[in-house]
Design a protein around this ligand. Sequence first.
Ligand SMILES: Nc1ncnc2c1ncn2[C@@H]1O[C@H](COP(=O)(O)OP(=O)(O)O)[C@@H](O)[C@H]1O
Ligand SMILES: [Mg+2]
Length: 244
Amino acid sequence: MGKVIAVASGKGGTGKTMFVANLGATLATAGYKVAVIDMDTGLRNLDLYLGLENNVVYDVNDVMQGVCRIKQALIKDKSFPGLYLMAGAPKRPDGEITPLHMKVLCKKLAERFDYVIVDGPAGIDDGLAVASAGADLAVVVVSPDYASARDGEMVRMVLKEMGVPKIGFLINKLNMDMIRKGFAPEVSDLTRGFHRDLLGVVQMDENIQVSTNLGVPIVFMQDTYIADNFRNISSRIREAVGGE
Ligand SMILES: Nc1ncnc2c1ncn2[C@@H]1O[C@H](COP(=O)(O)OP(=O)(O)O)[C@@H](O)[C@H]1O
Ligand SMILES: [Mg+2]
C-alpha cells in the first residue's frame, strides 16, 4: 500500500501547490509511482504548475460522482515518468463530497501508487477536512512570519482533531537577506512551537515563481541547490510516513 500525504496551510499563497508539484516530481524522478490530486476546489492551480492544463478532461469530482473511472481522470505527466495528476474541480459540485468519499478515493489510489499527494485548500474549514481525510501525513506549509507560524500551529491542532496520524511543517519563501537585516524572524524563533516536526525549509527564489508560471516544476533542472533540497525533503517525508 502506498502512503497519502496532504498539504495544508492557514492562509493562501504560502506555496502549497508549488510544494506538491515539486515533491511529486522529485519522488517520481527517484523512481516512485506518484499521483498528485488537486483538492483546492474552485481555485485549482496544480494543472497549471505542471503544464497540464490543456490535458484536463475529467476532474476529481467527476471521479467522486461516478461520471468517470479513476483511470480516466489520471493525466500522465510527460516530463516526469511515473507522475500522474488528478485535476481539481473548477467549481463546487452539486452533490456533497464528504471526507468518506475522499478516504475511499485515497485508499484506491494507494493500491496503485507509492505516494498520493493531496493539494489542499487554505484554511481550517470543511475543505481541509475533505482534503486530509485519507492522509497518513499532513504537511503544513508556512511562510517565514510569526503570523503564518501561528496559523500553522492552529492548522496542526485542527488536523489532529480530524484524526490525521502525523503532522509535519515546511517553511517556504525563506529570505536570508531579510533575516540578516533583522527584518524577519530567525528560523529558530519561528519554529519554536514545531521545530521537532520541521521537514524542511525552501528559500525564496524568483526562479521558483518563474517555474510555476512556465508550468515546469523547478526540480526538472536536477543539478540545482533547489533540486538537492527537494531530494532531502522528500527523503525526510518518506521517513516520516514510513514508506518503502
Ligand atoms: N520559494 C518560493 N520562492 C518564490 N516564489 C514562490 C516560492 N514558493 C511559491 N512561490 C510563488 O508564490 C505564489 C503562491 O504559491 P502557491 O504554491 O500557488 O501557493 P498556495 O498553493 O499555498 O496558495 C506562486 O506565484 C508561486 O510561484
Ligand atoms: Mg494552491
